[in-house]
Design a protein around this ligand. Structure first.
Ligand code: SAH
Length: 265
């Protein structure tokens, strides 16, 4: 998984009237790490107004692909999602923006994905919506559901970015869900006792310097805290420390005895 996957996702603006919205969409995309913009029969493009609204995202506009039909814009795509300012404009599998972000992100690892946005005045036609696998509606104020086009692009691109960040975060190790775990997590006070025990043992071993144990203990705390130990795991670790201390104790005792043993003649 990498941010390169964003290359697999197209934002398709269909029949846009106001070039300012094209620029605004380009900027929204670049802010969130997306770059592939398709324009289906824009009313006025290229345009100064688009450049002005794009600000630092001129590269997205430069690379925008202008086509005549939605079919050309979605060619090669394995997932097509259509946005609608009205919920259930026609009965169709519906996603919310979060689900759309997650699905589009995960499927972009396998194939190209397109998200379609409609005309400012009348959205996408039914025929265009029928080309989509899913529809997505931003759950806005029911009394005023229609967002500005570039703003709608921003919301969906943000959800794509969140899905990417979430996937990246959990890649290092899936977050543990204690509802599905066989034992409860070790509690804070038990962990504190463990850290004291660990520090004591590491000092006895001569591994920690009594003058400056802090840095190493901080790193060890971070390590153990990160893995979310359960109660049994913690008790095993405590047992290992006790066994280590016993070993040190007996070894030291033997050494002391051998010092006092009468020397062989
Ligand atoms: N009067 C039009 C509004 C179109 S708004 C209609 O009723 O369809 C222009 C585009 O912005 C829409 O086609 C869609 O792509 C996007 N959009 C605006 N509000 C949205 C919302 N609440 N959810 C999803 N997309 C929205």
């Amino acid at each position: 998984m990498s941010v390169q996957q964003f290359q697999q996702i197209r934002i398709v603006l269909v029949g846009t009237s106001h070039p300012g919205n094209i620029g605004g969409a380009a900027r929204a995309m670049k802010n969130m790490g997306l770059s592939r913009l398709y324009l289906v029969a824009p009313k006025e493009y290229p345009s100064e107004k688009a450049l002005w609204r794009a600000a630092g995202a001129l590269d997205v506009l430069d690379n925008a692909v202008v086509v005549d039909s939605v079919d050309e814009a979605i060619e090669g795509c394995g997932l097509v999602v259509g946005t609608s300012a009205r919920e259930r404009r026609i009965p169709w599998p519906l996603l919310d923006p979060r689900e759309c972000g997650e699905r589009a992100w995960s499927e972009s690892a396998e194939h190209e994905v397109a998200i379609l946005f409609g005309r400012e005045d009348r959205g996408l036609t039914n025929e265009e919506l029928h080309k989509c696998n899913y529809h997505v509606h931003i759950p806005a104020n029911p009394e005023y559901t229609s967002l500005n086009l570039a703003t709608a692009v921003q919301v969906l691109c943000y959800e794509l970015r969140m899905a990417y960040l979430q996937a990246e975060r959990s890649e290092g190790g899936k977050l543990i869900d204690f509802n599905e775990w066989d034992l409860p997590p070790a509690k804070a006070e038990a962990l504190e006792r463990y850290y004291d025990h660990l520090q004591e043992t590491l000092m006895e071993l001569g591994f920690l310097s009594p003058d400056n144990p802090r840095q190493t203990m901080t790193r060890l705390r971070r390590l153990y805290n990160r893995v979310r130990l359960d109660e049994m795991e913690l008790s095993i670790l405590r047992g290992m420390l006790t066994a280590t201390q016993n070993y040190i104790f007996h070894t030291n005792k033997k050494l002391a005895n051998s010092d006092t043993d009468p020397k062989p003649e």
